[in-house]
Structures are given as C-alpha cells and as structure tokens.
Design a binder for this molecule. Structure first.
Ligand SMILES: Nc1nc2c(ncn2[C@@H]2O[C@H](COP(=O)(O)OP(=O)(O)O)[C@@H](O)[C@H]2O)c(=O)[nH]1
Ligand SMILES: [Mg+2]
Length: 399
C-alpha cells in the first residue's frame, strides 16, 4: 500500500511527511528507509497485544513503544502539480506515474489561504483553499480524459462493430493508472451508462471519469496550517462544501512536539490530545509560551495536531485494515530466532488465514495445513477470517 502526498508548492507536504516519519524509538536500525528522496516511511499507531499478554516484545518489522505498535506505511511525495500540467506544463508525466502507484492521495492544502495557485506567498487569507481542492480534482480528471480521448473514436467504433463492452476497453486504456476493472464496471453502473451501447457514453463521460477517479484514487484533504488565524473559517467552509473527508492539521506543531519529545523536554505520544512538560528550564520561556499556544489553539480546539489522525483514518477507516501478528511458537509468541511478537502486519479486513500465509511466504499458502491462534491454541482453517490483533501460527507442509 502506497500513500501519495499531493499539494501545491509550500502547502506543507514535506513538513507533514517529516512529522509522520519522526519516531523516537530506540530499536536498532530500521530496514524501512528507502534511498528514493521522494519516498518516506510513516508509522500508523495501533494498540499492541504485548500489553494484555504482559510480555516484553522484540519487534522486527515495526516498532513498539509503551504498548503501542507503530507499523510502517510507505509514502510518496507526488511530483509537483501546477495549473496546466495536463497540457504538458511542468512535471506532467512524472505526475501520472506517481498517480499510478498511489492507492490513495492525501492532499495537503494551505488552509490559511496565503499562497496563490503556484505556491507564491500572497496577502494572508486572500486565497480560497477550496479552489486548490477543486483544481486538483479537475486536473486529475483532465489527465484521465486526455488518455481516453486519444482513442475514444476508435473505441466507440470497435465497441459497436465487435460488440466489446466499454468497461473492457476503458480498463485496457487505463492500465497505466492501475485502475481495477471492477471499479470501472461499478462506476459505469452508478452513472447509468449502458456498457454495451456506445450511444450512451458521450453524455455521461465526464461524470463517469469523476466517479472512477473518486473510487480508484480516493482523496483525503488536509487543512494544513490550521494554527494560522485565517485557517479556521476556511476549514469550516471546506468541510461544508466538499464531498471528500477534510481534516484539520498543524504539521509544524507536530514536528515541534516530536522534536521536543526527542530532546526529552516533553513527554508526548504522536497523535495524543496532550503533552507534559518535563524540563521547563531547558525549553526556555519562548518555547514554553509556544507550547501553551499549541495547547490552547490546536490541541484543545481540534483534539490533536491532526497529523497522526489522518494516517489512522486512511489505514483503518478508508482501507479497513486490521493488524495481525504471525508467529512460529504459539506458547512464547516468537519467531524461529526467539524474537517475541516480531512482526505486525497490516492486512485488509476479511483476509483469511491462507491469504496471510501467502503474505508471509508464498510456499506457505500453497502448502497450507491450518492456522493456530495464540494464546488460545484454537485451530483455524484456510478460510478463517482474521480478526484484529490475532496472533497466528501458520502450519504448512514446508519447513
Ligand atoms: N504555520 C504553519 N506553517 C507550516 C505548517 N506546515 C508547513 N508550514 C510552513 O510552510 C512552508 C512550506 O512547507 P514545506 O513543507 O516545505 O512545503 P512543501 O513545498 O509543500 O513541501 C514552510 O515554511 C513550513 O514551515 C503548519 O502546519 N503551520
Ligand atoms: Mg516539499
């Protein structure tokens, strides 16, 4: 699963990503960091089973701190989009390639309205952030339409002459964006196009493109810089007028809190509604004042800085993921090397024991015998649907 971050220059994409990638947990070196400068690893929070089992875990593929698991989620900083990109201005093709890879797009918007369409500083509060959201939606639709238009006439002829369905032709056409055939079929039905009657396509083509885009590349809107005075009003307006989910966030405040937590001047868990000052002297008057402001203007008002919550929303609400813990030894909850609860996997709700086996090792799925749940020792079959926080040993004919 790959989360794409989009937004005009200076909206705060890098700050948002920085906030999400900072995790102060002293656990060796992580194999998650990639060399690609446009990629990053963020960590979604989930309560860890170590607490109720009362064990000290030794996580490998994730991190655990004070009973909370931090599971890695890959992020992609999507190439800059400026007006006119679909007509070949700027980093057009790079954008399309990034769009293909992303399963969901987080749109970081400057909610304060202090940047023009291209990210240049203008008078505070003079830009309507709603325009940024509408622009991005329109721009992606324009890309998809341009791809379809290249062969639209031929597609229609072919459909009539050879009795081929629109969904089939569209799926072929849109392979470059990795859009599932089922998504196209459902969208066609939803807008009321008749799949094998080319005469019904024209009128609803634009609506169809928007519907496909909304399903294939869902957008989550971040009203960033919520700490600035002009942001609140704009955020309320966005929430009222947009169909997409809109979340308030202060990426800058989150970076600040995590930095001070690393400096041991604060006790703060990313995503929490509060923090505790540990070393007032080291912080100094200025930072203490700033912290008071963060507390009253952001945490008290919105419940958190928003950053961690957005990631949680994407993983657990939008994608309905659950967390499962594969182990080798169900009495000790360990892998072969004795690591306790080494791996935590994010899998879609509904994933079966056999499907999980395939994720652990392809051979395990082919030679699947049964699963054993820990600590109960209960045996489950191939079709058993995993539950959140299941600890499971995959028993297969391969060793
Ligand atoms: N006040 C405020 N400023 C922010 C916030 N997030 C980012 N910024 C500032 O906005 C500017 C652009 O941020 P950056 O992350 O580089 O934007 P990018 O071009 O989208 O990657 C920087 O000066 C940041 O410090 C925020 O939540 N609040
Ligand atoms: Mg940047």
């Amino acid at each position: 699963m790959l989360v794409g971050i989009v937004g005009k220059p200076s909206s705060g994409k890098s700050t948002f990503l920085n906030a999400l990638t900072m995790v102060n947990a002293k656990v060796g070196d992580y194999p998650f960091t990639t060399k690609d400068p446009n990629r990053g690893t963020a960590y979604v929070r989930s309560p860890c089973v170590c607490k109720e089992l009362n064990v000290e875990d030794t996580p490998k593929n994730s991190l655990c701190k004070e009973g909370i698991r931090y599971l890695p989620v890959q992020f992609l900083d999507v190439a800059g989009l400026v007006p006119g990109a679909s007509e070949g201005r700027g980093l057009g093709n790079q954008f399309l390639d990034d769009l293909r890879q992303a399963d969901v797009l987080i749109h970081v918007v400057d909610a304060s309205g202090s940047l023009d369409a291209e990210g240049n500083q203008i008078d505070k509060g003079t830009w309507d952030p709603l325009d940024d959201v509408k622009f991005l939606e329109k721009e992606i639709d324009a890309w998809i339409k341009a791809i379809i238009n290249r062969d639209y006439v031929t597609m229609k002829k072919k459909a009539s002459a050879e009795k081929i369905k629109f969904s089939m032709l569209l799926h072929e056409k849109l392979t470059g964006l990795a859009i599932k055939k089922q998504t196209i079929e459902v969208s066609i039905r939803e807008v009321g196009i008749i799949d094998d009657d080319a005469n019904t396509w024209d009128e609803k083509l634009d609506e169809l493109i928007t519907t496909i885009r909304e399903k294939a590349k869902p957008l989550v809107i971040v009203a960033n810089k919520i700490d600035l005075p002009s942001s609140h009003k704009n955020f309320s307006k966005m929430k009222e007028e947009l169909n997409s989910d809109v979340f308030p966030a202060s990426s800058l405040a989150e970076v600040f809190l995590r930095t001070e937590q690393e400096n041991s001047t604060l006790s703060y868990t990313p995503g929490d509604p509060s923090f505790k000052i540990l070393d007032q002297e080291k912080l100094g008057d200025k930072k203490v004042e700033l912290l008071e402001k963060i507390n009253s203007d952001i945490l008290q008002k919105y419940g958190s800085t928003g950053v961690q919550e957005i990631l949680s929303h994407v993983i657990f609400n939008l994608f309905n993921m659950i967390v499962v813990f594969p182990v080798e030894d169900v009495s000790k909850f360990t892998d072969k090397s004795g690591n306790i609860l080494p791996d935590a996997y994010l899998v879609p709700k509904g994933t079966t024991a056999k499907e999980l086996a395939g994720k652990v090792h392809t051979d395990f799925a082919k030679n699947f015998i049964h699963g054993t749940l820990a600590p109960s020792g209960r045996r489950v079959g191939a079709d058993y649907e995993l539950q959140n926080n299941d600890i499971v040993k995959i028993v297969s004919a391969v060793k």
